[in-house]
Design a protein around this ligand. Structure first.
Ligand SMILES: O=C(O)C(=O)C[C@H](O)[C@H](O)CO
Ligand SMILES: [Mg+2]
Length: 402
C-alpha cells in the first residue's frame, strides 16, 4: 500500500492543533497529531519541508522501517520538533494499518488488557476552598483520580490555576506572559491543600499534584515528605530533570510516588530515571515521544523496573493524540493512569472521535483505526493564532523554570 500524498492541517478551535493526514493508493487515510504547544509552526515546517517529500511513495505498511528512516536515518536526531513530526507519521500509519485490518488499533497492539482506561481530571481554584469545591465536582462526575492545584497567597498567578475550570490553556498570549514564583510560599501552602482535601473527601479518590519543574531536589524532597500523610497517587515534575541523577536526592527522603517525562522525546531521555528506578510513572505520550512505535518501547523498558505509564493528556495534545493514547493504554500491560483535560466543544466537533467517558474511565471505542478524524471544512474556519507559553521569574526578577 503506497503513500501517495500527505498534508498538514493547522486549526485553532480555541487553541492551535497541527494534524498530519497521510493518503494511500488504496483509498485509506490516517491522521496523526503533531501539536507542540507554542512551537506549532516549527513542526509544520519540519513535516512539509523535510518529512513529507521523503515518505511519498513508501509502503504505508512498513511502519517500523519508516520510523527508523525518520529517526536513525536523520543525522540530526531527537528533540521535540523532530520527534513530534515522527510521531505524527507513526500515528497516521498505525491508523491506516488498523483501518486496513478493520480493527480498532488496540487490537493490533495485542488486545485489551483492561475494560477501560482510568483518567485523571484537573481541579483547580484560586484558593484552598475553591479547589476543594472543584475536586468535589470531579468526584460528582465520577472521576476516580483528580489532580489538584491551588493559588498560593502572595503569588499573583500560579501554574495550573485558571478561570476556565474544565479547559486549561497556559499558552495565553502572542508573546510569553510573565509569571512570578516563590518556592517558600508554595512549599508552606501546598500541604495545607492536601490536608483539607483528605479531611473533606477521605482517602478514596486518588489525588495527584504537578509541581511543574519548579523545585530543587532538596526542596522536592521536603515537599514529598510533607505530603506523605495524604498519600498522593503521584507528585509530578518535582524538579527540572536536566540532571537526572539528582532524583536520587528526592528518593532518599520520600516515599511519595514520582511522575516525570511529559517533555521527554525518546527512550534515551527516560533511560536513567527508569533503570535507576527513580520514578514510579513515566509521562511520555504519543505525540511528543515518537508515536505508538516508540512509546511501546519506552513502556517495555519501564515494565522491567516497576514503572507504570501515566501519559500526558493536557488540552494542547489534540483529540488525535488522545485517541491513539487510549488505544495504547487499553493494551499496555504496565498502565498507571491517563491524564484527561477535556477539550472545548469547538475542538471536539473539529475532531469527531469514538472515545467516550464513563464513570472516571475513557474507552477508545471500537472504530477501525484509532477512532479519531478531522473535519477539514470546520478546521478551516479556525485559522492559526500565535500563542506562547509563559515564562517564570522569582520575586527578585531572576529567571526560573516555568
Ligand atoms: O498537564 C500537565 O501535566 C502539564 O504540565 C501541562 C503543560 O503545562 C502543558 O502541556 C504545556 O503545553
Ligand atoms: Mg505536567
Amino acid at each position: 500500500m503506497k503513500i501517495t500524498d500527505a498534508k498538514v492541517i493547522v486549526t485553532c478551535p480555541g487553541r492551535n492543533f497541527v494534524t498530519l493526514k497521510i493518503f494511500t493508493d488504496q483509498g485509506l487515510y490516517g491522521i496523526g497529531d503533531a501539536t507542540l504547544n507554542g512551537r506549532e509552526k516549527s513542526v509544520v515546517s519540519y513535516l512539509e519541508d523535510y518529512v513529507i517529500p521523503c515518505i511519498i511513495g513508501m509502503d504505508a505498511h512498513r511502519i517500523e522501517d519508516i520510523w527508523q528512516y525518520l529517526y536513525r536515518g536523520c543525522y540530526w536526531r531527537r528533540g521535540p520538533v523532530t520527534m513530534s513530526a515522527i510521531a505524527a507519521v507513526d500515528t497516521a500509519l498505525w491508523d491506516i494499518k488498523a483501518k486496513a485490518a478493520n480493527m480498532p488499533l488496540y487490537q493490533l497492539l495485542g488486545g485489551a488488557s483492561r475494560e477501560a482506561v482510568m483518567v485523571y481530571g484537573h481541579a483547580n481554584g484560586a484558593d484552598i476552598e475553591e479547589t476543594k469545591d472543584e475536586v468535589g465536582k470531579y468526584i460528582d462526575l465520577g472521576y476516580k483520580a483528580i489532580r489538584a492545584q491551588t493559588g498560593v497567597p502572595g503569588i499573583p498567578s500560579t501554574y495550573g490555576v485558571s478561570k476556565d475550570k474544565m479547559y486549561y490553556e497556559p499558552a495565553d498570549a502572542e508573546l510569553p506572559s510573565a509569571n512570578v514564583w516563590s518556592t517558600t510560599k508554595y512549599l508552606d501552602h501546598t500541604p495545607k491543600l492536601f490536608e483539607a482535601l483528605r479531611n473533606t473527601y477521605g482517602f478514596d479518590p486518588h489525588l495527584l499534584h504537578d509541581v511543574h519543574h519548579r523545585l530543587t531536589p532538596i526542596e522536592a524532597a521536603r515537599l514529598g515528605k510533607s505530603l506523605e500523610p495524604y498519600r498522593l497517587f503521584w507528585m509530578e515534575d518535582c524538579v527540572a530533570v536536566d540532571n537526572q541523577e539528582s532524583l536520587h536526592r528526592v528518593r532518599e527522603h520520600t516515599v511519595t510516588p514520582l511522575a516525570i517525562g511529559e517533555i521527554f522525546n525518546t527512550i534515551w531521555d527516560c533511560k536513567t530515571l527508569i533503570e535507576q528506578e527513580l520514578i514510579d510513572y513515566i509521562r511520555t505520550t504519543v505525540v511528543h515521544a515518537g508515536g505508538i512505535t516508540h512509546l511501546r518501547q519506552i513502556a517495555g523498558l519501564a515494565a522491567l523496573h516497576h514503572v507504570k505509564t501515566g501519559c500526558h493528556g493536557a488540552t494542547d495534545l489534540s483529540p488525535v493524540c488522545m485517541g491513539a493514547s487510549l488505544n495504547f493504554n487499553l493494551w499496555v500491560p504496565n498502565f498507571g493512569v491517563q491524564e484527561y483535560m477535556r477539550h472545548t466543544e469547538e475542538t471536539d466537533t473539529v475532531f469527531p472521535h469514538a472515545y467516550h467517558f464513563e464513570d472516571g474511565f475513557l474507552h477508545p471505542g471500537d472504530q477501525p483505526g484509532h477512532g479519531v478524524d478531522i473535519d477539514e471544512n470546520l478546521a478551516a474556519k479556525y485559522p492559526y493564532q500565535r500563542a506562547c507559553l509563559p515564562v517564570n521569574r522569582l520575586e527578585d526578577g531572576t529567571m526560573w523554570n516555568w
